[in-house]
Design a protein around this ligand. Sequence first.
Ligand SMILES: [Zn+2]
Length: 422
Amino acid sequence: MGSRRECTRILGLEGYRVEQLEWEAESSRARIRIWIERRGIRGYQCSGCGRRTWRLRDAKVRTWEDLPWAAHRVTLVYAQRRVRCRTCGIRTERVGFADGHARITRRLRQLIGLDCQSMPTSHAAVRHGVSWSKARRAEKAFLTDWDQARPRRRPRHLGADEIHRGKRQKFYTVLSDLVHGEVMGLAPERTEESLAGLLTTCLDARQRAAVEAVCTDMHRPYANAVAQALPQATIVYDKFHVLQHAGAALDEVRRPEFFRAGPVMRQFGRGKRWLLLRRWNTVRGSKRAELCALFAANRRLFKAYILREHVDQLWTYKTRNGVATCLWNWLKALRWQRLPEMEKLGDTLVTHFDGIAAFCDHPVRFGVVESLNTTIKGVIRRGRGMKDETMLLLKLKWATARPIRSSKDLAKFLYSDVHSNR
Ligand SMILES: [Zn+2]
């Protein structure tokens, strides 16, 4: 056994020295219990207010899991004092190497939390020799710390969207920062209250004042919530949601055509639904020929398809007048076609014209909205659903903010100074 001084140096906890090492068993992978004691102290710190005092009440021996020494797991043992604080009364002493009620040291927590971002919690738990719940708690503390230390940004464009969750609780409302592509908040349900609550709690007054536009789908309660919480912000309707409506209208045209059609036509139309819903420039080769054959057999479908193809031209204009002209031409092409489903779509486009044309003044990045949705669904699926909403939000923030983009970032998380008191 080396000298106690060397052990103290290896352990490397500022303000503590090693008193004694204790092997729990004789095997080559036995756990080491390291008894530590304070050194060079100027009083004990109250865990409530942080003030130092010498007035002690008693001490209780507690243990913390720490980083391993080679193949040996390490448990730190320390007689934690209870102090009589002038303002807080009787409190436990604050220790520099661990969080308040944590049973693992802060540097081990950092490592587990970081591992959990790239492997399942159960694997990280085995890797570091702790239980699953301990690993999960460590992960949560790690993510909370990271989230609180981040600067609060003031995005110009926000996104509000719903995420389908499952059978019992149907939806989540997700608030995101579309400039930086990050999730900002999460609330259950998709009501006016849930979005209004998010806009007031996730954003402070300065952040709210900086918002110029909010990108939402054509869901009425969201528009109301934005008008209420951010009166100066413009609503921009999400292009992909509008196109979804167009696709649904096309599908509505298709359905009766085939129910009404004779056996020959039905032969043509079988299994063509997804082909029909695809955009023309993504269809290639023999599939294109199939689509042409279908259109040759049914002109109504052809017209509806062409109209659907032209909807996304609404977003190619730089001025409101341009958008208005485009929509007018679209409606003109619809006349005398006897396509009630498409006419309904036309009505929708007209009533939501302001939100569609607002894109000219506020070019929101629609691609970010889509990529965020994909990431969110990925996180939920990987966790097989998640009961803890705070944890889910933290996970989403981490996944979308992607704080580790280089080896330097990783090193910052691995070797950051987490031993000091905050
Ligand atoms: Zn105190």
